[in-house]
Design a binder for this molecule. Structure first.
Ligand SMILES: [Zn+2]
Length: 357
């Protein structure tokens, strides 16, 4: 399956293959399966970038030439350095095994080295699993989104996922809650003549949300014990990434609610996992679209996601700053926040309306 990149009509982007290992309860069996999957793809000199959580899964990766193993480091320079090492070592693929940061480092390293990438997420906390964008700190430690490459294979080990904290899984759901709102924002920008909507990307984002919709009113403690849930969650996150690959931007999965999460990062150093902050940002978008914020907050409460400023350790003043700063985090992106163009009195009134409590 493939799609034509929106901005480059003659450039075909291949979608990654998704393999979910649920054959046993043992991570070592999943590690064997990962090694088999790489062999089947004739990867001869794998260059492994693993986080501590990914070491067990990566332990059995092998090739005709001995695999190189590296612990994932943390910034763009280090990622570029890994990429150059992979190239010098004659590697033919980067295998990134770990959490979001590790996958982003792997993506960037692979892009710098011109190598294919295999993504092996150890938690399902956001839709960056297969997106073509990496968020990696710059020299000053400030997270920056940089273009990277999408994986050819996403391998998910169920025995690994069930040991991840429930909050990482609910954060994944939180990131997906953004999709319908991001699409409305995209339509709004298109209505204003600012952007074109890519229909295939739009449909993928819709598919992504629909894949997980039946689980959005289930107690996460219950979902966490159901293998089918993880299949749906990984499908949804991968589809969301594919939507971004298709459009060549994060548009189909990122609107005003993501600007709020970015503002939380920039002003308050991040108050929760990305997807949890995004879920909170969705409340604001839902309010600005004039829809039922009480019902939406109730859903977030059931999913154990932040639905009140105090859940993020923010008072009204702190939240007010976030709302006013949010549009600056993504200059050039028109969303419901830019449409509302909140000044201080309007932002204050919105906060009182959504959170009278
Ligand atoms: Zn996101």
């Amino acid at each position: 399956m493939g799609c034509h990149g929106g901005s480059r009509p003659h450039f075909v982007v291949e979608f990654p293959e998704v393999v979910v290992f649920d054959g046993s309860d043992h991570e070592s069996d999943a590690a064997e399966e990962l090694a088999r999957q790489l062999e089947a793809r004739e990867i001869e000199a794998p260059f492994v970038v693993a986080s501590i959580h990914g070491e067990k899964l990566a332990a059995k990766v092998k090739g005709p030439r001995p695999p190189q193993r590296h612990l994932a480091s943390s910034d763009q320079e280090a990622a570029a350095e890994l990429g150059s090492r992979a190239k010098k070592a004659g590697a033919d693929a980067v295998i990134a095994v770990g959490g979001g940061r590790c996958l982003d480092i792997g993506k960037l390293a692979a892009a710098r080295a011109g190598l294919t990438l295999v993504a092996v997420p150890t938690q399902l906390s956001h839709d960056g699993i297969c997106s073509p964008v990496a968020v990696v700190p710059d020299d000053g430690g400030k997270p920056e989104s940089v273009g990277a490459i999408a994986p050819i294979l996403v391998f998910v080990s169920l025995p690994t996922l069930v040991t991840a904290p429930v909050q990482s899984m609910t954060a994944g759901l939180g990131d997906l809650l953004a999709n319908p709102l991001a699409l409305r924002d995209w339509a709004l920008a298109a209505q204003r003549g600012l952007e074109d909507v890519d229909q295939r990307a739009w449909d993928l984002s819709v598919d992504s949300f629909q894949a997980i919709e039946p689980d959005l009113d289930t107690d996460p403690g219950v979902s966490a014990n159901e293998p089918g849930f993880y299949h749906r969650l990984v499908d949804a996150l991968v589809l969301s990434g594919m939507a971004m690959i298709c459009s060549g931007t994060s548009r189909p999965a990122s609107g005003g609610e993501h600007e709020i999460s970015h503002a939380l990062d920039e002003l308050h150093g991040g108050r929760a996992m990305h997807g949890a902050q995004v879920a909170f940002g969705c409340v604001v978008s839902v309010g600005l679209y004039g829809e039922d914020t009480d019902a939406f907050r109730g859903r977030l409460r059931r999913l154990q996601l932040p639905q009140h400023p105090t859940d993020l350790g923010l008072d009204r003043e702190g939240l007010l700053e976030v709302l006013l700063h949010a549009p600056q985090t993504r200059p050039g992106r028109f969303t419901i926040l830019e449409e509302a163009d909140l000044d201080e009195p309007a932002a204050g009134a919105l906060i009182r309306k959504i959170w009278p409590d």
